[in-house]
Design a protein around this ligand. Structure first.
Ligand code: NZQ
Ligand code: ZN
Length: 392
């Protein structure tokens, strides 16, 4: 097991009507702000009345608000610049995201950029590491990206469509996350499924590791994966099944708050490859991962079958044959069947990407992420091109 530091400073406030506590939480954990910027998405939070309830909770606590609406999935840098200018102009001292990963990641980028005199993109370009940001709070509406508990923010630079994930364990972790499973009842089935694929991928990026003797972290990861796959059908059969929604919501946070990575090297190639697909073709991140992960695992069966085989046996229930490659392939088959069963694509064609530009994807991938990538198994451009082609 590797040395590690594990710290999840986020206060999770979980359950029915939790959003009513937003005002109190902002006062207590965002440094008693005078004015908060509330960032939200296209329309779901407005339509459901959630945005009004959050505003009311903040105003009742004596906190003034500014609003920034209309953050789109796969958020872009233009809205971040706009938010930074707004915060400076209006004297905002904390930021709250009401929505999913796209909204929360934009809120994080704004909070970071306000306290930095230069171009906020410097952080995403790797020119310097974030040290401070305005305090960030979250009201989560979709279990998926795990941004409510992660130190990451993923933003796309419109110039060149570079989708970059910035990681800063301390500056970017939300101070609190309000998590009411009832808020997810309105999620369309496709978005629910995309969220499930994303949380599965967050666990697997950490599960596929070359580090030995991490049985505790493996057990947590396998238990979470089995639970997600077991509970998922209930959410589609009855979208208002509170307990099923609650289990999926909590799994999404646990998948990405770092606990599944303790003591080991992580991989992240599938996310890197998917970020290029969603940046160029605008697909939902989770749906992209349902296509990428099985292809990446299929490639791994040839070069490093041990972990895909363990995944197949321990998570997908494949009977052991003592042949890692054949167990791994059976597990990948079961994973694809699961994705299909919840309405997700497993090929680029099914994802709606009819004529993928493989040269562009591979070029951008290695430009953005380095010549050699991967914590489980190192991959160069020749290998990643083969993996992209396995997605056909
Ligand atoms: O904009 P609205 O109208 O709210 O609609 C959203 C959006 O269309 C809808 N939605 C959200 N909550 C809803 C709802 N519709 C009905 N009822 C509700 N309760 O869902 C759609 C998707 O929202 P989005 O925020 O884009 O989803 P997600 O949470 O999957 O976030 C995806 C983004 O997060 C990044 C992804 O790359 C992508 O840009 N990621 C961020 C990570 C992080 N910060 O740690 C890690 C992830 O790996 C990921 O890369
Ligand atoms: Zn993800």
């Amino acid at each position: 097991m590797n040395n590690f530091t594990y710290c999840t400073p986020t206060r999770y406030v979980f359950g029915r009507n939790a959003e009513a506590e937003t005002g109190r939480l902002a006062k207590e954990y965002l440094g008693d702000p005078k004015k908060v910027l509330v960032v939200s998405g296209g329309s779901s939070a407005k339509k459901s009345g959630l945005l009004d309830r959050v505003m009311k909770a903040l105003h009742s606590a004596g906190i003034d608000t500014e609003e920034m609406e209309g953050i789109k999935p796969n958020p872009t840098d233009d809205r971040v610049y706009e938010g930074i200018a707004l915060c400076r102009e209006r004297g905002v001292d904390a930021v709250i995201g009401v929505g999913g990963g796209s909204v929360i990641d934009t809120a994080k980028a704004i909070a970071l950029g306000v306290l930095y005199e230069g171009d906020f993109w410097d952080f995403y370009a790797g020119k310097l590491a974030p040290e401070k940001a305005l305090p960030i709070g979250v009201v989560l509406t979709i279990p998926a990206a795990g941004s409510e508990g992660s130190g990451n923010s993923v933003i796309t630079k419109l110039d060149g469509l570079h989708k970059i994930s910035l990681r800063s364990d301390f500056a970017l972790r939300p101070k609190f996350a309000v998590m009411n499973p009832e808020l997810t009842y309105t999620l369309p089935a496709y978005q629910t499924a995309c969220g499930i694929a994303d949380m599965i991928a967050h666990i697997m990026e950490r599960y596929f590791t070359p580090t030995k003797n991490v049985e505790v972290t493996d057990g947590i990861s396998e238990g979470l994966l089995r639970s997600i796959i077991a509970v998922a059908p209930r959410v589609f059969a009855n979208p208002r099944d509170y307990d099923a929604r609650a289990n999926i919501m909590w799994a999404g946070t646990m998948a990405h708050n770092g606990i599944c990575g303790c003591g080991r090297t992580e991989d992240w190639v599938s996310h890197f490859m998917e970020h290029e697909i969603s940046a160029v073709y605008g697909v939902a991140h989770g749906a992209g991962l349902a296509v990428v992960f099985p292809a990446w695992m299929t490639y791994m069966t040839e070069v490093a079958p041990e972990r895909p085989a363990r995944f197949a046996r321990e998570v997908m229930g494949v009977p052991a044959t003592f042949d890692d490659k054949s167990d791994a392939l059976a597990g990948i088959g079961r994973l694809k069947a699961f994705y299909h069963s919840i309405g997700l694509p497993v090929t680029l064609g099914e994802l709606g990407v009819e004529n993928p530009d493989f040269d562009l994807l591979v070029k951008k991938l290695h430009e953005d992420k380095g010549e050699i990538i991967g914590g489980y198994h190192k991959l160069d451009a020749e290998a990643t091109e083969k993996i992209y082609k396995l997605m056909l």
